[in-house]
Design a protein around this ligand. Structure first.
Ligand code: KG4
Ligand code: ZN
Length: 346
């Protein structure tokens, strides 16, 4: 089975062609072309939706042609066309999904509408055997959730952020420090340089509550207050480290709760860290240690599959096709909001 995937939900225009052979366990990426719009949005301090749509619109056709050429396949050999239907920015979702629908009509092959978050989670299964159910922490620019994946299309959310997503909090703190978007990698780099170990006493919101929810906007406000209080630039590495430590501590406490619950129910299993923030090496290291303590297998996608990419979309479509051969109705519209625990498209 060969599937073409399109990802245009935010600021990456990405197209991938992924193959899954019947006699093989895993998928192989025949090609992936990803064009990041970061440079275009940098000066605005975040993604500008209208600008993102224009960029997707002007580059998607070229990227599809390049991906086809690189894969050594032809459009005739593609078995299904898939695209992100949501969640994300409406303009980009419309451009990507309409292109996939058009190809599906022209070549008389199924159209598969993919949930972006499902893509982030399932892509780990493309080249590693991971059985359901598994526990997952999804941390991206738009979402922060702890969930149990029961099946490829059945997710139970145990907890989530009540305000900012974790990636968003990293981006906002970087912006407060005067850095450009995306802030996550910049904060991580700064934190690594911290030698002074100053304690700014940042809060760890919801750390003592029984639930598995998060709240990151208070930490960001606390950072702003530190900055407003005759802050010296030379101490910024310490502040970045304090921020990274505080949010990581929140993740660890809530994930430990989730692991206890998961193990009570299923005895053992895997813990998957997914989404853009999963690129953070400090967060990876700390969660890996927690998994070791809790006797759970720690799994994180390759760095290149943590950030937005079309391989994860094509792979999620393959998992779907392996379970049901039917494509989606071409009448369905993009969903800027599309929660993982309500994937039904009717
Ligand atoms: O999953 P993703 O590529 O896009 C969304 O679906 O949102 O995640 C992007 C987010 C951004 O907020 C970015 O700052 C964050 O992931 N991020 C990081 C790191 N690399 C990317 N956050 C913390 N540390 C990093 N190394
Ligand atoms: Zn994403």
């Amino acid at each position: 089975m060969i599937v073409l995937g399109i990802e245009t939900s935010c600021d990456e225009t990405s197209v991938a062609i992924v193959e899954k052979r019947e006699n093989e366990k895993f998928g192989r990426v025949l090609s992936e072309i990803t064009l990041s719009q970061i440079e275009k949005h940098k000066k605005f301090g975040g993604v500008v939706p209208e600008l993102a749509s224009r960029e997707h619109s002007s580059s998607l056709n070229r990227i599809i042609c390049k991906a086809i050429a690189k894969s050594n396949t032809s459009l005739n050999e593609i078995d299904a066309f898939s695209a992100t239907l949501g969640p994300g920015l409406l303009g980009g979702l419309l451009i990507g999904s309409n292109y996939a629908k058009t190809l599906s009509l022209a070549y008389n092959k199924p159209f598969i509408a993919v949930n972006h978050l499902q893509g982030h989670i399932l892509v780990t299964r493309m080249n590693k055997e991971i059985n359901f159910p598994f526990l997952c922490l999804l941390v991206s620019g738009g979402h922060t959730q702890i969930l149990i994946a029961e099946k490829y299309n059945d997710f139970q959310i145990l907890g989530e952020t009540l305000d900012d997503a974790l990636g968003e909090a990293f981006d906002k703190v970087a912006k407060l420090l005067g850095y450009s978007y995306p802030g996550g990698p910049i904060i991580e780099k700064l934190a690594k340089k911290d030698k002074k170990k100053i304690d700014f006493k940042l809060p760890k919101p919801l750390i003592n509550t029984d639930d598995m929810n998060f709240s990151f906007s208070g930490i960001k406000t606390a950072v702003r207050m530190v900055l407003d209080n005759s802050f010296e630039k030379k101490n910024e590495a310490s502040l970045a480290k304090n921020f990274q430590d505080s949010v990581t501590e929140c993740l660890l406490v809530k994930c430990e709760k989730a692991m206890k619950l998961f193990k009570k129910k299923f005895n053992s299993g895997s813990f998957i860290l997914a989404g853009g923030v999963a690129s953070n090496n400090y967060i990876r290291k700390k969660l890996k240690q927690l998994c070791y303590k809790m006797s759970m297998e720690f799994i994180v996608p390759e760095q290149k599959f943590c950030m937005d990419n079309a391989t994860m979309i094509a792979w999620a479509a393959i998992e779907r096709l392996q379970n049901s051969k039917k494509g989606d109705n071409l009448e369905i519209s993009p969903r800027p909001r599309w929660p993982l625990d309500n994937l039904c498209l009717k």
